[in-house]
Design a protein around this ligand. Structure first.
Ligand SMILES: NC(=O)c1ccc[n+]([C@@H]2O[C@H](COP(=O)([O-])OP(=O)(O)OC[C@H]3O[C@@H](n4cnc5c(N)ncnc54)[C@H](O)[C@@H]3O)[C@@H](O)[C@H]2O)c1
Length: 360
């Protein structure tokens, strides 16, 4: 019997696919088989069918696993196939001519897809420098940072809102890990800290090149740089902080924003007793100079850390000054034009979420 053929549906640049080929190579020490790579990008039907699951590993027309090689499953399927072929050969033994032994059925035999024969398993070309995240349809996209667009990575793909949100969470955890002196982090660990399952994480990061190393994990430094490039936060983003009270002082004195490339260019308040006094490395400015500060400091984000009753007025002034992203700590329900993104921070939200699962 000639060696059965395992088919791997993949695309170039997918590091999970590359890992799968390496894993199959290792399995060949335990069972004899050949490997055929099929590039799904050469066939629309295969692309539509497998894009979200690559690498998909198949044997004799049956899909065995996706995202990664399940070694046990593949070996078992090979053994089963060997037995089936052996039994078939035994049943046909009375025939005069020795039967031509069955080999594994190629999946999608009629497919016109040109396939690449891999006699020795070799890694497919891995253009790791370019992100290959599939662009998501326009309505769910996240706009690039106004005012920082000149610095945006032109090669970075448009991300869906969910993808951008998850990448921001990965970045937050990885940045913290880096601060704590960590050089690597596994996808399982990233999953535990972000509450995103590790398959989703691997899928999100698979277009970023080969950052993960089996048994070692992601290189924290490299991945931080790469995600920041994709999220366009590898450049300075100016912030104006409104309200120099307890919260304003805490923010100004911490690196909560600085860690991610945000620079607090000014802290403004309306209390004459506070104006002109130091806060962090700055001096508290007069909120009446807001428009000027936004213009000269190339401010992109306005952070409201005032009492709720002052928040709408401050939001109006930010919009008037041209700011399109407002980070609202006050909890006030703000009315803003549709082109302005308001993010309201409430520590209670995450707790409410956690409580729901605890109680139900
Ligand atoms: N989301 C969170 O995690 C979180 C945490 C703490 C506080 N908060 C909220 O943040 C806000 C600030 O809390 P705090 O404890 O720092 O309050 P605070 O009273 O200590 O400070 C508020 C500051 O805003 C200034 N201010 C008032 N009106 C202003 C105006 N029109 N323009 C500019 N400055 C003005 C005040 O002079 C004061 O310095 C509150 O709305 C609070 O509920 C949110």
């Amino acid at each position: 019997m000639s060696a059965p053929e395992v088919v791997v549906f993949l695309r170039p640049g997918c590091h999970l696919c590359h890992d799968a080929l390496e894993d199959l190579e290792a399995l060949r020490e335990q069972e004899p088989f050949t490997v055929r790579s099929v590039d799904i990008e050469r066939d629309d039907r295969l692309h539509a069918r497998y894009l979200e699951r690559i690498p998909v590993i198949a044997l004799a027309g049956e899909e065995l696993c996706d995202f990664a090689v399940d070694g046990e499953r593949v070996l078992q399927a090979l053994r089963d196939l060997r037995e089936r072929v052996g039994a078939g050969a035994a049943r046909r033994r009375p025939t005069v001519a020795p039967p031509r032994e069955r080999t594994a059925e190629p999946l999608l035999r009629a497919s016109p897809v040109p396939v690449e024969r891999v006699s020795r398993i070799a890694a497919p070309p891995m253009p790791t420098a370019e992100p290959t995240l599939a662009p998501t349809p326009a309505p769910a996209t996240v706009g690039s940072v106004p005012g920082a667009a000149g610095n945006a990575d032109p090669a970075a793909p448009r991300l869906g809102a969910g993808q951008a949100e998850r990448l921001s969470r990965y970045l937050q955890v990885l940045t913290q890990a880096r601060k704590m002196g960590r050089a690597t982090m596994s996808s399982q660990e990233l999953s535990a800290h972000t509450h995103v399952n590790s398959t989703q994480i691997r899928r999100d990061l698979s277009g970023f090149g080969r950052f993960g190393k089996r048994g070692v994990g992601y290189d924290v430094e490299e991945l931080v740089a790469r995600i920041r490039g994709i999220l366009h936060t590898n450049q300075r983003v100016g912030i104006v902080l409104l309200g120099a009270g307890h919260l304003g002082r805490a923010i100004a004195g911490s690196d909560v924003f600085a860690d991610h490339g945000f620079e607090v260019v000014a802290v403004l308040d309306n209390d004459p007793a506070k104006i002109g006094t130091p806060i962090g490395e700055l001096e508290i400015g007069d909120v009446r100079h807001l428009a000027e500060v936004v213009r000269e400091g190339e401010v992109v984000v306005g952070v409201i850390a005032s009492p709720a009753k002052a928040a709408q007025g401050l939001a109006d002034e930010l919009v008037e000054a041209g700011v399109q992203i407002i980070f609202n700590y006050s909890g006030a329900l703000l009315r803003t034009p549709p082109n302005v993104a308001v993010h309201t921070s409430s520590p209670a939200v995450d707790l409410l979420h956690a409580l729901y699962y605890y109680l139900s």
